[in-house]
Design a protein around this ligand. Structure first.
Ligand SMILES: NC(=O)c1ccc[n+]([C@@H]2O[C@H](COP(=O)([O-])OP(=O)(O)OC[C@H]3O[C@@H](n4cnc5c(N)ncnc54)[C@H](O)[C@@H]3O)[C@@H](O)[C@H]2O)c1
Length: 456
């Protein structure tokens, strides 16, 4: 299996050893999941049509421009378009002639916390209406346990459509890498034939394939996200405990992560998780549990701790600099994590609103996500051109997203342009505390106070 750059760079969109069986595939939804799937499947030599109802995105895509920031996507998109294996359309054809229809539309959160499946119902209805010959309907969107069974019962009985739950585990920023090198491929299929056809989509990809029933496949996706979210909230709890007892969470996390049963990933204390998946999927799983009469208390705590971390940031800033009224504060990072322009449920948004309410004057900078935030931030926020102009004249800098260029910035120069009390609040424990102190900053992190316990 070639690596992502080889796959994206090679003149041939069909890396050696890939599919023996080329299929006609319709992908519905050209977002982070659908566009990556469409480009990678076209790169494997399948004939892919991607349906996207958003006109602005569609125009960009037809011109070969990706509406999302994702490493390697532009090249794959260009190659698919010029090879003729990838095309875009605003709607399904009235007669759908495809081997596979793959659903990758959004499943956002309703006010109750439950997943909003209205886009899904619409698409399944449309696919059913357009299908003329046997096809496999592959659900890539994250849908709550039991959804597939309900869709089959409600729409797909007595049709030539076989349903498959094939949850997506990609990480934004590494999505193409993850497509070619997934940790596992989960297939929950209505029929053996549908399972076999779905696994053909991944021919040549070296990863364990786990075939399950549909509801188990749906549950795997939620359980995996809930577990990772819980790991993040757990280390944030430990970080807060570290402050109380006088320990350093970095060392504690290192010591924990060396245990192979625990592992080092998702053990960095900070402002908590955001993004398009963990927040909504934890809430949706909690709701699904409740809906089935089960109170998932651990998951509730995970969610509560994550919310608290955002509020904690504001308390910590007050501890470092007193009242926030009239203070100039620079927020570095708006995307929910580095390497993406996705700002869905990003901690930056909540923190900006909390600081604004506390009377602070805000300037913000992010290398990729400024445009996506333009109408999501409080009024009066200044959008800076880089780290240095964001920080110039500020009383405090808050690191919200650990983009490498922020870590590598010239912090001595930044300090020279700032005003008292020269605060750096490192919301990701990504900067060197010693270095910041040496430069002369009043530094605050999360769980990084080694020394005297706060009480007891
Ligand atoms: N983003 C991730 O990292 C990620 C990872 C794994 C799973 N998922 C899941 O995959 C699903 C999609 O996520 P996403 O981040 O790609 O969402 P997204 O919002 O980026 O993309 C969804 C796209 O579907 C389009 N769409 C909606 N209804 C449509 C219709 N009827 N016809 C054509 N296009 C339509 C929207 O315009 C949008 O462009 C969600 O269920 C999500 O939970 C996301």
């Amino acid at each position: 299996m070639p690596d992502i750059n080889e796959a994206a760079n090679s003149g041939s969109p069909k890396p050696e050893g890939r599919n023996t069986c080329e299929m006609k595939i319709t992908v519905i939804g050209a977002g982070y999941v659908g566009l990556v799937a469409a480009c990678c499947l076209a790169g494997s030599g399948h004939q892919v049509t991607c349906v996207e109802r958003d006109d602005a995105k569609l125009k960009l895509l037809k011109r070969g421009q990706s509406p999302i920031l994702e490493k390697g996507i532009d090249r794959l998109l260009g190659q698919g378009l010029s090879a003729g294996t990838l095309g875009f359309s605003s709607s399904l054809p009235s007669h759908l002639d495809a081997d596979v229809a793959m659903i990758a539309v959004g499943t956002p959160c309703l006010l109750t916390g439950s997943a909003d499946l209205s886009f899904i119902y619409r698409v399944v209805h449309d696919v059913k209406a357009a299908a003329r010959s046997p096809l496999v309907l592959v659900m890539k969107s994250t849908v709550p346990p039991g959804t597939g069974a309900r869709l089959i019962e409600r729409y797909l009985k007595d049709t030539p459509i076989a349903y498959v739950s094939n949850p997506e585990f990609l990480r934004e920023g590494l999505a193409i890498e993850d497509w070619y090198h997934p940790s596992r491929i989960v297939i929950g299929a209505q029929t053996e034939r549908a399972a076999a056809l779905t696994s053909e989509l991944y021919a040549g990809i070296d990863a364990p394939v786990l075939v399950t029933d549909i509801t188990s496949a749906e549950t795997i996706k939620y359980a995996a996200n809930a577990f990772l979210a819980t790991k993040i909230s757990f280390i944030n709890e430990i970080a807060n405990l570290c402050e109380a007892v006088g320990a350093t969470v970095d060392d504690v996390a290192s010591g924990m992560g060396l245990d192979p049963r625990i592992g080092p990933d998702f053990l960095r204390a900070g402002l908590g998780y955001g993004g398009s998946c963990f927040p909504k999927d934890t809430r949706a799983l909690d709701f699904a549990a409740l809906n089935h009469g089960y109170d998932f208390r651990l998951l509730k705590s995970t969610i509560e701790v994550n919310t608290r971390q955002r509020v904690l940031a504001v308390h910590k800033l007050r501890q470092l600099m007193g009242s926030l009224e009239g203070k100039e504060i620079a927020l570095l990072g708006l995307a929910f994590k580095p390497g993406t322009d996705d700002t869905r449920e990003a901690p930056s948004l909540d923190i900006a609103h909390l600081l604004h309410e506390a009377g602070a004057r805000l300037r913000v900078y992010d290398p990729a996500a400024m445009e996506k935030c333009r109408f999501l931030l409080p009024t009066g926020v200044t959008f800076a051109g880089d780290v240095y102009s964001a920080a110039a004249g500020a009383n405090a800098v808050v690191l919200i997203t650990e983009w490498p260029q922020f870590i590598a910035a010239d912090w001595a120069t930044i300090k020279e342009t700032m005003k008292e009390p020269y605060v750096v609040f490192d919301g990701r424990n990504a900067l060197s505390q010693e270095k910041m102190n040496a430069v002369g900053f009043r530094y605050g992190g999360i769980g990084r106070t080694s020394g005297t316990p706060t009480s007891g």
